[in-house]
Design a protein around this ligand. Structure first.
Ligand code: ADP
Length: 162
């Protein structure tokens, strides 16, 4: 099925994102994870840190690459040579934003399509935003993120792990 782009902030990558990557790489020949530069005003991790974490977590997934992109998604798709993007749908609450974005992107370039994948129910309540909130309040995030992401958050919050 060619190549597909999976764009997002990934601040940071969670097990929910990974579930989507695994599903996508089973369908497409190649999955390009696109890390949006400056997509969030105050990210916890810099773009380079988010890229490094993703690369580490996806090491060994032979048909997955990790790239950064600036600006419009439709321009990134042109640059990476894909005509489709993958987005994850967790719940109805994601729908409105995703629907609007998919249609706007299609308006900007009618060639491009957005494809939605649903994660396992166990990840449907996991979001990067909530992971950061739980970690800041001292909660245990280890069930929701890869171990190296857990360690990176601890370091970022000044709670260095042994
Ligand atoms: P963005 O800022 O572009 O929404 P995110 O990194 O938050 O970037 O999310 C990227 C994509 O991954 C979005 O389509 C989002 O809905 C999806 N996603 C995020 N968390 C999950 C999850 N737990 N399960 C499935 N999809 C998810």
């Amino acid at each position: 099925m060619g190549a597909v782009l999976y764009p997002g902030s990934f601040d940071p990558i969670t097990n929910g994102h990974l579930d989507i990557v695994r599903r996508a790489r089973g369908i497409f020949d190649k999955v390009i994870i696109g890390v949006a530069n400056n997509s969030e005003k105050q990210p916890l991790f810099t773009t380079d840190e988010r890229l490094a974490l993703l690369k580490e977590v996806c090491k060994g997934m032979d048909n997955v690459t990790v790239e950064r992109f600036d600006g419009l998604l439709v321009d990134a798709m042109g640059k990476f040579g894909t005509t489709g993007v993958i987005r994850g749908l967790r719940a109805v609450s994601d729908f409105e934003y995703e629907f609007q974005m998919a249609l706007m992107n299609r308006e900007l370039n009618p060639k491009y399509e957005t494809l939605f994948l649903m994660p396992s129910p166990e990840y449907s309540f996991v979001s990067s935003r909530m992971i950061k909130e739980i970690a800041r309040c001292g909660g245990n995030i280890s069930p929701f993120v890869p171990p190296i992401v857990n360690q990176a958050i601890e370091r970022k919050l000044g709670r260095a792990t042994a």
